[in-house]
Design a protein around this ligand. Sequence first.
Ligand SMILES: [Zn+2]
Length: 244
Amino acid sequence: MRLVKRADGYYVQFSISVDRAEAIAPTHQTVGLDVGLSCFYTDSLGNKVENPRFYRTGEQKMKRSQRLVSRKVKGSSNRRKARTRLGRVHLKISRQRKDHAVKLARCVVQSNDLIAYEDLRIKNMVKNHCKALSINDAGWYQFRVWLEYFGKVFKKITIAVNPSYTSQECSDCGSIVKKSLSTRTHVCQCGCKLDRDHNAGINILNLGLGTVGHTGTFVLDASNASGESTSTLIGVILSEQAVS
Ligand SMILES: [Zn+2]
C-alpha cells in the first residue's frame, strides 16, 4: 500500500499481484499502426484515428496556467494558488489521456491477433532530441504501454518494429520512394499510389509479421502465455497472410 499526493488530494493505492488473462476467440486480423502528426494513428487498412480534441485544447490550457504562475511574485500566496491550479490542469489532462489510451488500446487488441507499431524510442533519437516530449508523444507512449498490457491479458501478439524507412519504402514493390514530411501521398513507379501513412502502416505490419515468422524466442516473450496456444495463433496468422 502507498500514499500518493495528487493536485486534488491524497490517494491510497493498494498493490495486488494478479495474473489477469481473458480468453477471446481469434479474429484472424492483423494490423500495423503508423503514428502521424495530423492524427493519432493510421492503420494498415488506411483507417485514420483522429487525435482527441483535448490534445489540442489541453496544450493551450497548460500554457495559459503556466503563464499565470510565472506572472505571480515568487513566494507569494497568489503564486501558490496559481501553482495548485496548474497542477489540477495537468492532472485532468493526464487522466483524459490515460482514459483515451486504455479504451483505444483495448479496442485495437480485441479486434486483432497481431498488432505491429513503430518503436518510437528509435524514431525519437533520429528526430529532434532537444524538444521536450509533446503531449502527442506522451499520449502515444502511454497508448503503447496499454497495447502491450492488453496484449498479455488477451494473449495477442504486440510487436514494436524499427521505424526506419517505413514511410519511404513502397509497400507494394519494396523500392525506396524518397519523400519529405510535407509529401502526404506515396506514389511509386510500380503504380502503387497510397496515402503516406497508409503505406507506412502496411510496411509496419509486414515488418511485424516478418519478426514473428523468424524469431521463435519472441513468441514466449510477447504473449506470456503457454507456448503451445501462441504458436497455433501464429500459424493461423501466417497462413491467413499467405492466402491474402
Ligand atoms: Zn512500388
